[in-house]
Design a protein around this ligand. Structure first.
Ligand SMILES: Nc1ncnc2c1ncn2[C@@H]1O[C@H](COP(=O)(O)OP(=O)(O)O)[C@@H](O)[C@H]1O
Ligand SMILES: [Mg+2]
Length: 346
C-alpha cells in the first residue's frame, strides 16, 4: 500500500486513525485524529504529540513485532474528559513496517458504568439507614427494653415504620426497572384521562383527608381519549398528587386541570395537558432540571421524614417518555409548583 491509498482509507473512516511510519513520524492521519491530537500532526514525532505512556507503549510493542496492542487514552473536549480505547496494529506502507493506530470513543460506556456504580451505592445507602435502625431496636428489645411494655410498643411502632420504608423503596425500585425496560414499547391501550383522574382522586381520598388538603379537578370532563397504559398513567398522577400533598402543605388546595392543545409544537400534533398545581413553598429553579434524577431530593431529610424514596419523579419521567410525552415543571418559590404532563393524542 502507498501513502495516498492509506490516506483515502483513513479519510473514509469516522474514528480517529493515524499511521506511525519510519523514524517514529506520523506519516498519515485523518481529520478526526487531527481534531483529537492537534492540526499539525503530519510529520511530527509521535512521542512528542501523543505523550501518554500507555499509548506510546502500545505503539512501541507493535513496532517491535507484536501483532496487536491496546491502550486507554484520555483527552479533553472543552471541560469534558473523553476516554478512548486505542488499538495499534502493524501495517506495511511502501514495503516498510509501521504501526496503524485507531481510536474508539468509550466515554459513554464509562459514564454508564459510573451511573450504575452510583446507583448501587445510593440504593445500598438508602437501605442501610432503615436496616441499621431495625437492628438497633431488635437489640434494645432483647436487652434493656425486654420487660418494659411501653417502650416495647413505641419501638415496635418505629420498626414498622422503618420496615415499611424499606418495602416502599424496594417497590419503587421494581417499578422503575419495569418502566425502564418497557420504555421503548409503545403503550397499546387507549384511555379516558378524566375517568382516570377521578379514580386516582378517590383512591387518594384517605390521604387527602388526613392531610387536610383539598383536590379540585377542572377541565377533565370531556378530554379526548389518548393512547396510554392505564396502570402506568395512574402511577404518574398518583405520584404527582402525593408530592403535591407532601410538599404543598396542610390546609392548601391542589388543582388538577386538563387542557387540550389542537397543535402542540413539541409534540407535532394534538396533545392533552394535565397540570397538577400545588400551593406549597415552591422549588428553587436550580433544582428543577435535576428533580427527575433517581434519588435527587431538594431536602433529603424532609423527604425521608415524609416517607419519600426519591424515585417518584424518576418513575414519572420514564412513563411519560414511554408515552412520547413531556413533563414540564414550573415553580415560583413561595407560591407553589406546577407539574404538567403533556401526552400526544395519537
Ligand atoms: N410539588 C412539589 N413541591 C416541592 N417540591 C417537590 C414537589 N414534588 C417534588 N418535589 C421535590 O422533588 C424531590 C423528588 O421527588 P420524588 O422523586 O417524588 O421523591 P420523594 O417524593 O420520594 O422525595 C422531592 O424530594 C422534593 O424535594
Ligand atoms: Mg414523591
Amino acid at each position: 500500500m502507498n501513502a495516498a491509498d492509506l490516506q483515502d482509507v483513513l479519510d473514509a473512516l469516522k474514528p480517529p486513525a493515524f499511521f506511525v511510519g519510519p523514524g517514529d513520524r506520523i506519516a498519515v492521519s485523518n481529520a478526526s485524529a487531527r481534531a483529537l491530537f492537534g492540526a499539525a500532526l503530519a510529520g511530527q514525532n509521535h512521542v512528542a504529540v501523543l505523550r501518554q505512556p500507555q499509548l506510546l507503549d502500545a505503539i512501541e510493542t507493535v513496532a517491535r513485532g507484536a501483532e496487536a496492542a491496546r491502550a486507554p487514552f484520555t483527552a479533553r473536549d472543552g471541560d469534558r474528559e473523553t476516554i478512548w480505547l486505542a488499538s495499534a496494529a502493524p501495517l506495511r506502507l511502501n514495503g516498510q513496517r509501521g504501526v496503524l493506530v485507531s481510536l474508539e470513543d468509550t466515554t459513554a460506556l464509562q459514564e454508564a458504568g459510573q451511573i450504575r456504580r452510583d446507583f448501587v451505592a445510593n440504593v445500598s445507602h438508602e437501605l442501610r439507614t432503615p436496616l441499621t435502625a431495625l437492628i438497633g431496636f431488635i437489640e434494645t428489645l432483647r436487652g434493656a427494653a425486654k420487660d418494659d411494655p411501653v417502650a416495647r410498643d413505641r419501638f415496635l411502632g418505629i420498626m414498622t415504620r422503618e420496615a415499611t420504608r424499606m418495602n416502599r423503596l424496594v417497590q419503587d425500585l421494581l417499578s422503575l426497572s419495569r418502566v425502564e425496560s418497557e420504555e421503548r414499547l409503545r403503550p397499546t391501550g387507549t384511555l379516558d384521562l378524566g375517568a382516570l383522574l377521578r379514580s386516582v382522586q378517590s383512591s387518594l381520598a384517605p390521604l387527602l383527608r388526613e392531610s387536610g388538603v383539598e383536590l379540585t379537578i377542572e377541565g377533565c370532563e370531556a378530554l379526548p381519549v389518548v393512547p396510554g397504559d392505564g396502570d402506568q398513567l395512574r402511577q404518574v398522577f398518583t405520584n404527582l398528587i402525593e408530592n403535591a400533598v407532601k410538599y404543598g402543605g396542610r390546609g392548601k388546595t391542589i388543582r388538577v386541570r386538563g387542557i387540550v392543545h389542537e397543535r402542540e409544537p413539541s409534540m407535532r400534533g394534538a396533545a392533552v395537558q394535565i397540570d397538577v398545581a400545588d400551593q406549597g413553598e415552591g422549588i428553587d429553579p436550580i433544582h428543577i432540571p435535576r428533580l427527575t434524577e433517581r434519588f435527587y431530593r431538594v431536602d433529603s431529610h424532609r423527604s425521608r421524614e415524609m416517607g419519600g424514596t426519591g424515585l417518584g419523579l424518576a418513575i414519572v419521567k420514564h412513563i411519560v417518555n414511554r408515552h412520547r410525552g413531556r413533563l414540564r415543571i414550573s415553580s415560583r418559590p413561595g407560591e407553589g409548583s406546577t407539574f404538567s404532563v403533556l401526552l400526544p393524542q395519537g
